[in-house]
Structures are given as structure tokens and as C-alpha cells.
Design a protein around this ligand. Sequence first.
Ligand SMILES: NC(=O)c1ccc[n+]([C@@H]2O[C@H](COP(=O)([O-])OP(=O)(O)OC[C@H]3O[C@@H](n4cnc5c(N)ncnc54)[C@H](OP(=O)(O)O)[C@@H]3O)[C@@H](O)[C@H]2O)c1
Length: 392
Amino acid sequence: MSRSKAVAILGSTGSIGRNTLDVIGRDPGMEVVALSAQSNVALLAEQCLAFKPRYAAIADPALAGELRGRLEANGAGSEVLAGPAALVEIASLTEADTIMAAIVGAAGLESTLAGIRAGKKVLLANKESLVMAGDLCMAAARESGALLIPVDSEHNAIFQCLPACGSALGPEQTRHVAKLVLTCSGGPFLRAPAEAFAEITPEQAVAHPKWSMGAKISVDSATLMNKGLEVIEACCLFAMPPEKVEVIIHPQSIVHSMVYYEDGSVLAQLGEPDMRIPIAGALGWPERMPSGADLLKLAEEEPLAFLPPDFDRFPCLGLALTAARQRGLAPVALNAANEVAVAAFLAGNLPFTRIAALIEAVSVKMPNREADTLDIILETDALARVYAKELI
Ligand SMILES: NC(=O)c1ccc[n+]([C@@H]2O[C@H](COP(=O)([O-])OP(=O)(O)OC[C@H]3O[C@@H](n4cnc5c(N)ncnc54)[C@H](OP(=O)(O)O)[C@@H]3O)[C@@H](O)[C@H]2O)c1
């Protein structure tokens, strides 16, 4: 595997997608082969004009005509593909050596898996793919020779602190690792008293103090579910048991995660809280490339602090750690219930404090067994969503 040259971006209109295009735009040697969106036709058409991809995929088929019209009008010349199958198609294109998996939520699973099965260099932002189908994804990568490079800043930090690998991540890389430590900013409510949580509004929850991200992951960061999902992701990616993956609050978001080795050495990756850094690291791997991010000025930063998470005020973290230990379909149910709860919260139909209660109620109701086929995973996802919606 080498530095990316021809990239297909799944979810190009989102926060990660836009940052990816910003990084690619700085490198004349990199080409964009395909872009995709769910419904943001206007931005997708604009991106096509700027990057001239061969394909533009719109997941909502009802919007294909509008996209075609815009692309004809602006002269971008991209071929329009439509519907969820189009996402799988662009993830498997022979013209692309690299897939950026940046769709949000379970909707990204099938295209991520398609990119892995096609043996691509898969830059993985869509953590929900690994939460739902970690074993399937890792097994598929071993079989196809795909290289998974995590884009989540924490996992990308760990990837950088582990010995280099040429193909899928595996246990040989973590042979001398004592534990992984995922840092967590603590989100906007790190210091808010428990009594204030019932009044939290969607606007407050999406206003992250350090990172600018899409709405769903911002709410996950506010409940700390994001960190819980990341523990599950880390266990899959790095073949570590959950008891060897620790979470530590680090409000400055300068240290992006750490690897503790058995000899007492601790390796960490530091940088500005700017997603273009892990994105450039993943696109450029095994080389480095400019990201556009500022260089850290450590002497001007406030002192770096580290503290343990508060499981009482942030019960979603505990629920996710339980699912990580249970494995099988438990993370699938957790993820589905969380997606429904977060969407209801953002729509004003569920108080912030009911998010964890809803996820727990669904998790208890769902039977657990091995998550060994895509069908059983998708069925479980659908059933957990039905239960969650009934409870709202
Ligand atoms: N943002 C970050 O800094 C960050 C950091 C680490 C990890 N991540 C992970 O990266 C992923 C993307 O996050 P984000 O913040 O970039 O999300 P986002 O800003 O909400 O963007 C999501 C993208 O996915 C598309 N999309 C949404 N639903 C879809 C569906 N059903 N089918 C096909 N495409 C769909 C959206 O298209 P439209 O624009 O048309 O809706 C958009 O392009 C998430 O898994 C998140 O956990 C994000």
C-alpha cells in the first residue's frame, strides 16, 4: 500500500468529507474519483465542479434528477449514480485506490464493508461500521488485503504510536502493549452539575468546545457515548480486550491518545484539535503530507490536564463499556438505540437525560448472540430501532 492517489469519498458533504477535500485540494498529485451525499445536492454539485470526480452518488434516489440538472448546468461532467447501492458501487470502483468512509451512522456500514472487501486502502471515519460489524470488517480486511487506517483522531494517534504495518492491523502490532489510553475532551458539559442536565438543549449539546463536527457525533461527544463507541472501535481495530482500553478526560484535546508499552514507555501523538491532521496522516500514509493545520504552540497552551471520567453524570459511557465486554450483537443494539435517541433529542422529542435510559431499555430487551453475518447484524439493527422508537 502506498500514499493515496485516487480517492472516493463516501459522505463528502459532511464535516469529515469537507475536511478531506480541503486536504486533497492541497496536493496536485491526488485525484478525486467519486463523491457522495445523502441529500445535500447543492454542495455535492459544487464539490463536483471543484474536483471533477468521474462519479457523483446521491443516496436519496428522489434527488438524482436534481443533481443531474445541477451538474449539467455547472458543467462538472460527473456521472450520477443514485440510491444506497450506488454507495457500495463507488466503494468498490477499480479507478479508486482509497476510500474515505465518512458517512455518519449505520448507513455507512455496507459501503465501508464493500471498500474493505474490494481490498482498498480504507480511511475509516465511520466508527459505527466497526461498532456494528468489527469482526466481519477485520476478517474481510485480512482476506482481501485491505488496509484500514483509522481517521478518528484517537485511533489515528494509536495507529501512529504502534509499529508500522503493511496490511490489515493485527495482534502482532500490539504484542508488547500494556494498554491503550483514549483521551476524551469531556464535551461541553464536562463541568456542568448533574441537576442542569435535564435542561440541556440540542444547540448547547452540538456546541463542542474543541472540535467542529457533524450533529450526531457532537451529541455523542456531549453524552460521552462517542468515547464508548471508540472503546469498541479500538478493541476491534487493535485486537485488544476492553479491560486494556482506558478512557481519560483531557479537556485541552492536545494529546490525542496514548499507547502504554510493557516496559513502561508511553507513546502519545499530539497536535492541534483539527481533523485535517489525521485525515492527511491517513491519505499520505506511509508518507506525510501537508494538512493545512496550524503547528502546536505548546508554550502558549494552557497546562495539559488529565482526569478520570465521571460515569454517574455520563451513563452512556458505562453502557458502551458493558456492550464492549458482552460483544456479539450487544454493540449493534447499543448503536441503533443511540442513533434513534440522538435523532429524537436533536428533533426536540427526547430530553438529554433520557438518551441513556432509552439505550439501556433497548439493550436489556435485545437478545445477544454472535454477530457473524451481515444479515443478522442488519436485522438486529432494525429491531433495536423499532424498540427504541416505541419507547420514545
Ligand atoms: N466530524 C468529525 O470531526 C469526526 C471525527 C471523528 C469521527 N467522525 C466520524 O465520521 C463520520 C462522519 O461524521 P461527520 O461529523 O462528518 O458527519 P456529518 O457532518 O453529519 O456528515 C455525514 C455525511 O454522511 C452523509 N449521509 C448521512 N446520512 C446518510 C445516508 N443515510 N446515506 C448516505 N449518506 C449519508 C451526509 O450527506 P448529506 O450532507 O447530504 O446529509 C454527509 O455527507 C461519523 O461516523 C463520525 O462518528 C467524525
